[in-house]
Design a protein around this ligand. Sequence first.
Ligand code: RIB
Ligand code: CA
Length: 313
Amino acid sequence: MIRIVVDTDPGVDDALALILALRSPRAQVMGIGTVAGNVEVESATENALKVLRLLGRAEVPVAQGCAAPLVEPFHGAHGVHGRDGLGDCGLPPSGLRPSAEHAADQLVRLAREWEGALVVVALGPLTNLATALLKDPRLPGRVRRVVAMAGAFGVSGNVTPAAEFNVWADPEAAERVFSAGWPLTLVGLDVTRQALLADEHLERLAGAPGPVPPFVQAIVQAPMAFAAARSGLRALALHDPLAMAIALDPTLASDAPELPVAVELRGAWTRGATLADRRSQPAERGLGPARAQVCLRADVPRFLAAFLETLAG
Ligand code: RIB
Ligand code: CA
């Protein structure tokens, strides 16, 4: 059993990742923290609660977190995820409320309560994790592992040519998380761009029982239409579900070397870019001391098959 805390900005792919975690027999979700990212933090919170209502899991605590990045202003990604963050498909209110705790405080508390056992899965900008590090400098030694959907190391970004959204949205927070010294696995666009949900998958899902298939069918329409309009390919990149899957089954990351990593904070064109030093020799003029497992290849077919099975219940 893997005890996880999920820090997330639902967001359509975040919602799918939450379903994966909440339905996984090997995961116990100890808490969910929400953060401003794809949408305002209040919407992210309501959307996390909507997923819990959908699955009948209202007992899982949701703690609302940071409403803005550390330095960068809040931008959002409403064009992708809709105004409400779940594709503007008219879902009923969750009828649930978040806990009174801040997401960073929830993370610090759970890391203390489950010293050495907690896996932190970060699916949005890293503002809450950076805030938790300020609150408890000993946090890195208390958690078992951090898995973050973050960065683009050998491929182009998705928000700018250089930067992936979660890092671009709060580069200062990403830099703190990358250099905190905890066991860190970075699941970037290098692998998540290959994990595509297409209409053929939705057709297979359509016949499955229960409330999840129609929910999935409804929330993915907006981001799939956005992708079709932008790239000509009508598909949803399963960024967060793949990161969640790798947190629950690290063998899915078929090539994930530990490398020096860094976040660019100053570049006019490259702010939010993420670098990994893949040179064979520890060379001069390298990156700083931060190191992380960087996912360069993943077993996407195995992930996709398991993911669809989970959605079908
Ligand atoms: O770049 C992809 C990431 O940005 C995903 O986490 C998606 O939900 C958005 O937050
Ligand atoms: Ca996300």
